[in-house]
Design a binder for this molecule. Structure first.
Ligand code: DUC
Ligand code: ZN
Ligand code: ZN
Length: 477
């Protein structure tokens, strides 16, 4: 049997096991695990290297409208290029419903932006901003049945925040269809109140962004989101969790038998509010929501990665340029932190940070790393052929040099942003080669592929969702 590609002599790790073997790949799939495989059209030697499932980053923002005059720094080409260099083979950005626009048209528009331009595979979450009758009764159930099996709702932000009543409405659709609901949990009214009070006191620098959304703002909304999901009896994923108090809400709910899941991100492991000390406008480089907290919160998030409060570790890549009035420099006259677009780049640095700080420093095992960076994302979001190394799975692979020492710097990265908030962080371990469905995209740190190598992936239902949706004609794919 001739293979298209063999990855030879590496150490393979999955979410459960670590073992030495070769991988045989044909037609984009893993077809053999063994020794002495061959012949092959191409062989990649991986002695001394780790052969891992390609990273799945289930929380990124690409080409997303972000407010008047603001332009996101990554389109699908640069965003997925950066993802591939960071050892990722699939990313899940969001299709955000424009108020007044049809959800179907919104999805079509995102597909048009992505088509032929991606280096990694891509699938979309929906964002519901206006749960009209048409959306609740027609468009959302139909899209879920078509493989858009997860959607995010926001509890804050003008134009996006849903009232509790609306949350219950969309959660009911998830219950009927078996979709997974992702929640941005921050209390909108509390943020508005605190923002106004800060501005009245002349406290408008970017560092006050964090002061305007302290831990109780996130904890209260997390509690409320969980309670609403409990009322409807539907699973819920709390995304970008930053601190222990929000984690305790998740843990308590799970102890009561509820299907409540959690995600955390690199900014909550290696950044704190102190990074903005002494910075004036440059503090904008760290403005994201929820904001990074303190050392104690970092320790809590590491605990959550180990003890199962968190199933997924995502980047929340949401890139803006710093030196740009369409980015972090808000247009003239808009001097308060409230105008700084929320979000930081991180799709390329997510995995090296988790590997180095986690596996390298003994906080998590290599198998836990694989689960948190790939396998659990695939299960959470219905990517049935992805996230593991086994016969029949997509040949989505990242080959890591576990000893490579890198100091993270903007000059090394491939995103569209003009800075990285992780500048200067030293890591050990780096993804050198990224293979998407058997096609070598990045080889030893060099791009080998063309845009369009990656494609759209239709998803099945989450294995973490309700076991039996109410509507059995739902999205079983
Ligand atoms: N929420 C996100 O998920 N990403 C960036 C900004 C935000 O508020
Ligand atoms: Zn969010
Ligand atoms: Zn996000």
């Amino acid at each position: 049997m001739t293979y298209d590609l063999i990855i030879a002599n590496g150490t393979v790790a999955t979410a459960s096991d670590t073992f030495a073997c070769d991988l045989g790949i044909r037609d984009g799939r893993i077809v053999a695990l063994g020794h002495g495989l061959g012949p092959a059209k191409r062989t990649i030697e991986a002695a001394g290297k780790l052969v891992l499932p390609g990273g799945i980053d289930s929380h990124v923002h690409i080409s997303q409208p972000s407010g008047e005059g603001i332009v996101m720094a990554d389109d699908f080409e640069s965003g997925t290029r950066s993802a591939a260099f960071g050892g990722n083979t699939t990313v899940l950005p969001f299709c955000v419903q424009d108020k007044g626009a049809s959800l179907r048209e919104t999805v079509k528009a995102y597909h048009a932006l992505a088509e032929g331009r991606c280096y990694t595979d891509v699938s979309f979450h929906l964002v519901i901003s206006e749960p009209s009758e048409q959306v609740l009764g027609q468009d959302l159930p139909a899209l879920i049945a078509d493989g858009y099996t997860s959607f995010k709702v926001f509890m804050t932000y003008e134009g996006l925040a849903l009232a509790d009543y609306e949350m219950l409405q969309v959660m009911s659709v998830a219950r009927e269809t078996g979709a997974l609901v992702m929640v941005h949990a921050e209390n909108y009214d509390a943020i508005r109140f605190l923002t106004q009070r800060l501005e009245q006191g002349g406290n408008i620098a970017p560092k006050f962004h964090g002061t305007s959304r302290p831990i109780p703002v996130e904890r209260e909304a997390t509690h409320r989101a969980i309670s609403l999901a409990e009322l409807v009896d539907v699973p819920v994923m709390i995304v970008h969790v930053s601190n222990r108090e929000a984690m305790e809400e998740i843990a308590r709910a799970r102890a009561r038998g509820l299907k409540v899941y959690g995600e955390t991100c690199p900014q909550y492991l290696v950044l704190t509010e102190r990074d903005m000390d002494g910075l004036n406008m440059e503090g904008a480089k760290y403005v994201c929501s929820p904001p990074p907290r303190d050392k104690a919160s970092q320790i809590a998030c590491w605990e959550g990665l180990r003890n199962g409060v968190f199933q997924t570790f995502s980047s929340d890549h949401c890139p803006f340029r710093y030196d740009d009035s369409a980015g972090k420099q808000a247009p003239k006259g808009r001097t308060s932190f409230r105008w700084v677009p929320n979000g930081i780049p991180g799709v390329e640095t997510r995995l090296p940070i988790l590997f180095s700080e986690g596996v390298g420093k003994g906080r998590i095992s290599l198998n836990e790393f694989v689960a948190l960076s790939a396998t659990n994302h695939a299960k959470m979001y219905g990517l049935t052929n992805k996230g593991s190394i086994a016969v029949g799975m997509d040949a989505d692979i990242a080959i890591w040099d576990p000893d490579r020492e890198v100091t993270i710097s903007q000059a090394l990265l491939h995103h569209g942003s003009d800075y990285t908030p992780y500048e200067g962080i030293a890591v050990r371990g780096w993804p050198m080669t990224t293979i998407v469905r058997g096609q070598v995209v990045v080889r030893d740190g060099e791009m080998e592929a063309q845009p369009g190598t990656g494609g759209y992936v239709r998803r099945a239902r989450s294995t973490y969702a309700r076991s039996e949706p109410d509507n059995h004609t739902g999205s079983r794919t």
